[in-house]
Each structure stands twice: as structure tokens, then as C-alpha cells.
Design a binder for this molecule. Structure first.
Ligand SMILES: [Zn+2]
Ligand SMILES: [Zn+2]
Ligand SMILES: [Zn+2]
Ligand SMILES: [Zn+2]
Length: 279
């Protein structure tokens, strides 16, 4: 890469660029956090970040006094080195100078990385890549298909402490994870959205879940499913359906019906409660 610029006399110059092989050099040698201006140095030239300097009167490397001497060359160096986003391995091409910009970008970028829900598969990638990976590698063995807006039967195994079913919309719609957990008093059932790469972030998905135990109907309606980046096996809180143990008979599966609904944010203004736009 070449950076062009101009000298004081107006001539075009091409700044020379190269590679820095030891990126650790750009970390504070004391706390190992990325260096950022202001960077200080002891009289022997050892560098130290500003937060380590406030905690150390003397240089941790040579015990000589640390004053207010800044390491201008390190400050300059740190500003001119561009780092790849930590999600480069997932396909992010952003390169930013280290500091707030990179931190902010990585925070946002991390929000798109999803982990494969299949047990023992450690694939992680941006939601689109995860979706493709799941479709190619696991779809045949691990997923049940559904159509948005239509009820589909699901058999939820209840003989284990926790179970997970992966539901995939038949036409590139979202991947939904349906989970059942055995709590102290009963079964909790919940569904979360893992990846919906073909639905803009502004869209939300809700669901209706129904099951019958004898004459009793259990239902759960969720207007907006949580978006998750990895499957968690923590017992869910509010957004879950609860079936007390007396209602579970000896069967190993509970037959349920689930309907995933797609709702765009702009539809929210409507006065009616949306009963007509289904089916
Ligand atoms: Zn430090
Ligand atoms: Zn020193
Ligand atoms: Zn990124
Ligand atoms: Zn996988």
C-alpha cells in the first residue's frame, strides 16, 4: 500500500510503507494492553502506558524514575499502524488504527458473529456464513423445516435435562433454536433467533407456541424473539413457556405446534393487533 502526500515545496511524495512483524511491540510491556497516546518513558527509554504510569513512580523494568517524558516516536508509530479487525478470520476486511475507532468497530462487528448450534461443531462466522455452513453441513441431519406464518408440529424431547431443536425456514428464512429445560418445578420452553441473514436487522420475528396436556392448553406468544449469537444452556427467564411437572405425563416427548411470525418495524404503527395479516 502506498500513501501519497505532498512536501512543503509542493512535490508529490509517496510515503514508504512496510510490515511490522512483532505487533506485541505496540502493547504496553507492563499491562500488555494496546498502547495509545500519551505514552511515557523512563530515563532509560523503557516505555509505559499512561495508566501504568499513574500506578508506578518508578519504571517496573529498571526502577529508574519516570517523569513526564513522552515517547513521541512510539505515539507516532502507534497512530500509523493499522490493525485488521479481530473478525478478519470471519471475513471482515476493516483495518483501523488502534484506539477508539477500532474498539468501536470490533464491538459492532462482534455482534454479527454467530456460533454453530450443532453440538461439537466449533464453527463461528458472520450470520450469513453461519447460515450457509449450517445449510451445507448440518441441515439434513439437524433441522426441521417451517414456513413463516404457518404452524408446524414439533416433538420436544423431555427426558433430558435440556434439549434443543433447530428449525430452519424452508426458503432462506431464519434459523430458530427451540429449547426445553427442566427446572425445579416444571419444563421451560423457549425459542430464539440465531441467524436471519436475509432479513434486514430492522425486521423482527415473533412466535406462537401451543401444546395440550389433557384438557389444558399451554400457549406462549412472543412478539419479538431474542436474537442470539450462540446457544446458551442457561434456563430462560421471562420469554419462555412453563409447563408444571404434574402436567407432563410419562411420555418422552411433548407434542407442540410453533408458528414463527415475521414482523417489520414499520408495521408497528397499525392499530389492529395484526390478527388478519397472518396466514
Ligand atoms: Zn500499561
Ligand atoms: Zn526503565
Ligand atoms: Zn470487523
Ligand atoms: Zn457446524
Amino acid at each position: 500500500m502506498e500513501n501519497s502526500g505532498r512536501t512543503a515545496s509542493g512535490d508529490d511524495v509517496i510515503a514508504r510503507t512496510g510490515a511490522l512483524l512483532e505487533l506485541d511491540l505496540l502493547d504496553c510491556p507492563i499491562c500488555r494492553h494496546p498502547l495509545a497516546s500519551p505514552i511515557y518513558q523512563c530515563v532509560e527509554g523503557h516505555i509505559i502506558c499512561s495508566s501504568c504510569r499513574t500506578m508506578n513512580e518508578r519504571c517496573p523494568s529498571c526502577f529508574s524514575f519516570i517523569g513526564n517524558t513522552r515517547s513521541r516516536i512510539m505515539e507516532r508509530l502507534v497512530e500509523t499502524v493499522f490493525f485488521p479487525c479481530r473478525n478478519a478470520k470471519h471475513g471482515c476486511t476493516e483495518k483501523l488504527s488502534r484506539g477508539k475507532e477500532l474498539v468501536d468497530h470490533e464491538k459492532e462487528c462482534d455482534g454479527f458473529v454467530c456460533h454453530c448450534p450443532v453440538p461439537f461443531c466449533d464453527y463461528a462466522g458472520f450470520d450469513k456464513n453461519l447460515y450457509d455452513h449450517f445449510t451445507v453441513s448440518h441441515k439434513a441431519n439437524y433441522s426441521s423445516s417451517f414456513r413463516t406464518g404457518q404452524y408446524v408440529d414439533v416433538d420436544v424431547p423431555v427426558h433430558m435435562k435440556e434439549t434443543m431443536l433447530i428449525l430452519q425456514e424452508h426458503n432462506y428464512g431464519p434459523l430458530v433454536i427451540l429449547q426445553a429445560f427442566k427446572g425445579p418445578d416444571g419444563l421451560y420452553v423457549t425459542a430464539n433467533l440465531l441467524a436471519a441473514p436475509f432479513a434486514p436487522r430492522g425486521w423482527k420475528f415473533g412466535y406462537d407456541l401451543i401444546c395440550w396436556r389433557g384438557d389444558v392448553e399451554f400457549t406462549d406468544t412472543i412478539d419479538e424473539m431474542n436474537r442470539i449469537q450462540r446457544v446458551s444452556f442457561k434456563t430462560p427467564g421471562v420469554k419462555s413457556m412453563f409447563i408444571a411437572y404434574p402436567f407432563l405425563d410419562e411420555s418422552l416427548v411433548v407434542k407442540m405446534e410453533i408458528r414463527i411470525r415475521e414482523l417489520r418495524y414499520e408495521d408497528e404503527e397499525e392499530d389492529d393487533d395484526g390478527e388478519e395479516d397472518e396466514e
